[in-house]
Design a binder for this molecule. Sequence first.
Ligand SMILES: [Zn+2]
Length: 57
Amino acid sequence: MECAEPDCTRSAAVELHIPWAENRHVCAAHARVLGQQDGVVADPHPESGPDLLEDSS
Ligand SMILES: [Zn+2]
């Protein structure tokens, strides 16, 4: 599956749960950006490998 953001062709690695919109599947880079918004929960796909979002912990 590809990242849902326009003009991004990376593989989706994370499902974003967005309270005001449909859930979307995005790459790790976009998940970092979009996941900063209040209420958004980033749910990494288990099959995409560990630790994609770990740099903020
Ligand atoms: Zn992307």
